[in-house]
Design a protein around this ligand. Sequence first.
Ligand SMILES: C[S@@+](CC[C@H](N)C(=O)[O-])C[C@H]1O[C@@H](n2cnc3c(N)ncnc32)[C@H](O)[C@@H]1O
Length: 263
Amino acid sequence: MSFTATRRHWKDFGSHLEVRKHFLEITRAVRSSTLDLGRTHYALALAIGVWEAICCGYGEIAAVEMGVASGNGLLSLCKAAHFFRESMGIDIRVYGFDNATGLPTVDGYRDHPELWEQGDFLMPDPERLRRKLPPFAELIIGDIADTVASFQTTLRERKLAFAAIDVDLYSSTLACFQMLEWAPECYLPVVPFYFDDMEEFFPYNEWCGEELAIREFNDAHPRRKFQRHPRYNIRHFFGLHILDHKMRTGEERPLFPLRISGI
Ligand SMILES: C[S@@+](CC[C@H](N)C(=O)[O-])C[C@H]1O[C@@H](n2cnc3c(N)ncnc32)[C@H](O)[C@@H]1O
């Protein structure tokens, strides 16, 4: 049996309990496969971002995939975003960043040269992928170290509400993390994150790759912290806690308390 979502505009919820009921119906349907929103870990993490955005009173948000390759992940993210746009009127735009030339230079033990080679995961045809994207999605081609700065203009207008990091290398993950250095107004109070490159392969460890980049980021940023949230039972799910966000310092109140749980 397939799930039919009740249409409800995000501005029409009257309490955090109403928002919660609505989102738990959706996330249960995703988990039981009666609602197909593409990759479960993207759909559930994005659902948390949308739920939180509604509680904050933010109607314009951004979701991003760093590392796109053939585009399966990006299209999956678009499918989930389309659902929330159509059923709740929330204005989500989706962004994919990739160089289209495959992995850049693999530089030293931190980039896992025992796993990856320059040129792995080449994007076969960027224009073909662009044609498959819905109008609310954008593919940004170039080395992320060069292109990510332009994303600040976007995040001044819409809050970052989900990010999937899938660039394989420590060095490329650091490039992605430039987008976490901006004003607190660019983000939700906690941004849901998916990190692809951990645990699966035996050589992964906390002194290399994404795990090292996360640890170094946390050490260097007293008011921005990644924390893993295993109780949510979503694959490789983290929150980036924006501790200098005005809703974390108490300078601003959310519309509804961010009592997001039970997913
Ligand atoms: C494993 S693939 C991504 C797969 C995709 N997320 C999916 O699930 O379908 C990794 C991608 O990251 C890209 N990439 C890695 N480092 C990059 C960098 N510094 N700039 C731009 N793209 C990069 C590679 O070109 C490659 O396409």
